[in-house]
Design a protein around this ligand. Structure first.
Ligand code: ADP
Length: 498
């Protein structure tokens, strides 16, 4: 990788030839209406692209192409080892085009270029590779039925899969979905968030280069209530795999009920708690886990550790250390390779975050770090890393997902109280426990209503482990790991009389 400066990245961004069209049936096309929408840069508030604004008619075309590709078996009936080779090649092409894809990811989202280069694009490639490699390692089963029958249980692809993704980790979350969907033989229509279409649009071209046949991977940029809803309501889409807000997740369940009862996999919001007991092994490690766990990616992470529950006796000491860590995390221009926190994705989202900080104060919380817009002179959307203390769990800032760099701190006295507060939320995505007592760690992890629990660490992740939430953080489906194949396949039982 070449050593690039802020100046180099800015120059590259300014001269980049951006692909902005939809990708349907192996071709870049305008929206049928000819409409586009402007994308405003989070780093300076300037328009930098006009993206094809797909609507129902474009989604119809994409679904037709995906259906035709599925029915004629050009992908689904290809030898699994061949599908594997192609998906693994796509992962390699992502790595080969690392700097370009990272640039697109940072342009769109405002996340630091260093993260796009070192985390988002490499991880997205890793997930694609992992699922590519799994393609020819999935076996069926033989049921232990009565001996005069051979009873085969096979996994079959669903057909046409709509992947509707958010803007916070556009490439990673797309890879979580298109990896297993393609590996199991489906055709896919990817609907990127309107804030972050560029990477998805470019990925489609790399997919063709890798050898994925036309029509198997389509990309329809556009708005949620139009393009997203058209996919959700389509009579010929078999599955929606969605990541985004709980509110929109509920829409997709409704769309399915009002159309063809398509299967809907939801990974939604979170308000994930840390529980820090006074016997936590090392407060510096905790402080670092808590600070990075909320402020990484500007707090725009569904599993961010946004609630800090701390045992009263260590509250002051821990808070001091978290502040110290936070003050070392460099906020700056997303194209500055030394920035560790960049811009909030849109002005609307920045205002929402700032509004929550005001709501928290009106509810009685204290701002003990940050609290304001940063670098307003840039015209971009930056918010200081913020900590609110004196937060009661019934306050809106403790109950509602802020999706920004805001940590809320609540004190507790007993383990029972900590668990009660941790679970007193409509969400159940993630949680963390910090303690030196092994039994307490297990007891607490078991009592926490969350899809994943970290003990004495935070945000550890790997393709091998499932990702998804309890309660209103999801509906039982899981991204990542081999469990993701449950989302994109259906079981068929075949009884053979012997
Ligand atoms: P976030 O809160 O992260 O912006 P959203 O749930 O609003 O998440 O968006 C996630 C995805 O859902 C995006 O691709 C967006 O376009 C889509 N979306 C938003 N609103 C709707 C809707 N009413 N119907 C269908 N899709 C939607």
């Amino acid at each position: 990788m070449s050593v690039m400066t802020l100046f180099d990245w800015q120059a590259r961004a300014a001269s980049a030839q951006l692909r902005t069209q939809a990708f349907i049936n192996g071709q870049y096309v305008d929206a049928l209406s000819g409409k586009t929408f402007a994308r405003v840069s989070p780093r300076d508030g300037q328009v930098f692209a006009h993206i094809a604004e797909c609507d129902k008619e474009d989604v119809d075309l994409a679904v037709k192409a995906a259906r035709t590709a599925f029915e004629d078996g050009r992908w689904a009936n290809m030898k699994p080892s061949e599908r594997k080779r192609i998906i693994v090649k796509l992962a390699q092409l992502m790595r080969d085009n690392l700097e370009e894809l990272a640039l697109l990811e940072t342009l769109d989202t405002g996340k630091p270029i260093n993260d796009s280069l070192k985390v988002d694009i490499p991880l997205a490639a890793t997930y694609l590779q992992w699922y590519g490699e799994a393609t020819d390692k999935l076996y069926g089963e033989i049921a232990p039925a009565a001996s005069q029958y051979l009873t085969l249980i096979t996994r079959e692809p669903l057909g046409v899969v709509g992947a509707v993704v958010p803007w916070n980790y556009p490439m990673i979350i797309s890879a979580w979905k298109i990896g297993p969907a393609l590996a199991s033989g489906n055709s896919v229509i990817l609907k990127p968030a309107e804030q972050s279409s560029l990477g998805a649009i470019r990925l489609a071209e790399l997919a063709i280069e890798a050898g994925i046949p036309d029509g198997v991977l389509n990309v329809v940029p556009g708005f949620g209530p139009t393009a997203g809803a058209a996919l959700g309501r389509h009579m010929d889409v078999n599955k929606i795999s969605f990541t985004g807000s709980t509110e929109v997740g509920k829409y997709f369940l409704r769309y399915a009920g009002e159309s063809n009862l398509k299967s809907v996999g939801l990974e939604c919001g979170g308000k994930s708690p840390h529980i820090v007991f006074a016997d936590a092994p090392d407060l510096d490690t905790v402080a670092s886990g808590v600070a990075w766990g909320i402020f990484y990616n500007q707090g725009e992470t569904c599993n961010a550790g946004s609630r800090l529950l701390v045992e009263r006796s260590i509250k002051d000491e821990l808070l001091e250390r978290i502040k110290r860590v936070t003050e070392t995390i460099k906020l700056g221009d997303p194209f500055d390779p030394t920035s560790q926190i960049g811009a909030i994705v849109t002005e609307e989202q920045m205002k929402r975050v700032l509004n929550y900080i005001e709501i928290g104060q009106a509810e009685g919380a204290n701002v003990c770090l940050g609290g304001k817009q940063a670098m307003p002179e840039t015209g971009g959307y930056y918010v200081e890393s913020t900590i609110l203390e004196n937060v009661q769990n019934n306050m809106r800032v403790a109950q509602e997902e802020i999706f920004g760099p805001v940590l809320v701190l609540t004190e507790f006295d007993t383990p029972e109280e900590a668990i009660r507060i941790a679970n007193d939320t409509s969400y159940g995505l993630a949680a963390a426990v910090w303690t030196s007592d092994l039994s307490r760690a297990h007891r607490t992890a078991r009592a926490l209503q969350a899809g994943f629990v970290w003990v004495n660490c935070f945000d550890v992740s790997d393709p091998t482990a499932p990702f998804g939430g309890f309660k209103q953080s999801g509906n039982g489906s899981r991204d990542k790991s081999l469990h993701a194949f449950d989302q994109y396949t259906q079981l068929k039982t075949t009884w053979i009389q012997l």
